[in-house]
Ligand binder design. Structure first.
Ligand code: MRU
Length: 343
């Protein structure tokens, strides 16, 4: 099993995803601030993994807080939650996890005057989020496996695997692993996913580790392989799904969805219900992160673009619900009209 993140007595331990696949290096983060920085700089990335990291970071921050009263601890915890909420704007799992930890603080504080008891409750809550994410993606994988025919070739975009979650199955890759574990023969086409190359670096690495056949293409080849009849289904993850089913995911996903519709290929979104944001009616309200231009002009330290060129680097886009065949969750498969089925 790929271990993405774990809680240790020393701190939050995680694999540095910026170095994969050439280096499998684990780092231990010793403060909530270090965890927040790891989310911002994409040491860890992927919606559920971001949420889980935030929960563990907050538990660590609370554990290290020096306040001797519940009020002191609450002030510090609020400050940490505020800091954590400023890391990345699009993945709703981050805000879901922060609210889960805040609710646990309130619940524990209602029963005790002892800060130590609250600190333990927060660690327990973070570990519960870890376990539930693993279970949810196994369930999602089983539901999704039924939708994938034996012998299918599935195209995926970005990395929605073990590395993007608590570990183990993942979401979109959970559907692929679920089909494999259901005895189906399955092959994958992975978009490289410029500019951060999550498909080339992370998805190909994961699937090779699992002996699942994978072929990497550049993002602009997706239309050609679909037109050539090489793709039987598309399965992608999500960072936030609105009440009407519009889904935000890695930049380029919308393009793949339009191509899939053109070639009558089923387009599935796989995500646990922790990625649903039913508080917003449509995808128009999903905040889209704009990341550093250097991600586009450089590969590592190698500069590719001319000095000072203008660059636009939105990290996500929104696929409208009409292009989505079904949304595969840990609670079942939702189909249009999503406004009803997601509820
Ligand atoms: O910028 P990233 O790498 O955090 O973007 C990740 C994605 O878009 C994933 O597809 C999404 O978070 C789903 S992860 C299960």
């Amino acid at each position: 099993m790929i271990k993405t993140i774990e809680w240790t007595d020393e701190g939050v331990r995680m694999i540095d995803q910026r170095l994969l696949p050439t280096e499998e290096k684990y780092v231990t983060l010793h403060s909530c601030e270090e965890v927040a920085e790891a989310i911002k700089t994409m040491v860890v990335r992927g919606a559920p993994a971001i949420g889980l990291s935030a929960a563990m970071g907050l538990a660590l921050g609370a554990k290290q807080a020096t306040g001797t009263s519940v009020t002191d601890l609450e002030l510090e915890f609020d400050r940490l939650c505020e800091m954590m909420s400023m890391t990345r704007p699009t993945a709703v799992n981050l805000f879901w996890a922060i609210e889960k930890m805040r609710a646990e603080f309130r619940r524990a504080a209602a029963d005790t005057e002892d800060p130590g008891t609250i600190k333990q409750a927060l660690v327990a809550q973070a570990l519960k989020i870890f376990r539930e994410d693993i279970e949810a993606n196994r369930a999602l994988g089983r539901f999704g496996a039924d939708l994938i025919p034996d012998g299918a070739t599935v195209l995926t975009h970005c990395n929605a695997g073990a590395l993007a979650t608590a570990g183990d199955y993942g979401t979109a890759l959970g559907v692929i692993r679920g089909a494999r574990d259901a005895g189906k023969r399955i092959a994958v086409i992975a978009d490289e996913t410029r500019p951060f190359l999550q498909g080339l670096r992370l998805t190909a690495w994961e699937l090779a580790k699992d002996d699942i056949p994978v072929t990497v293409i550049t993002d602009n080849m997706a239309g050609h392989v679909m037109k050539g009849g090489k793709v039987d289904a598309v399965v992608v993850g999500a960072d936030r799904i609105a009440a009407n089913g519009d889904a935000a995911n890695k930049i380029g996903t919308y393009m793949v969805a339009v191509l899939a519709q053109r070639h009558k290929i089923p387009f599935y979104v796989a995500a646990p219900v922790t990625t649903l944001d039913l508080s917003i009616p449509s995808g128009d309200q999903i905040p889209i992160e704009e990341r550093d231009t250097r991600e586009v002009t450089h590969v590592g330290d190698r500069q590719l673009g001319p000095d000072g060129v203008d660059v636009h680097n939105p990290a996500f886009d929104v696929t409208p619900n009409e292009l989505i065949t079904a949304i595969i969750t840990d609670k079942g498969v939702a189909r249009a009209p999503f406004i009803e089925s997601l509820q």
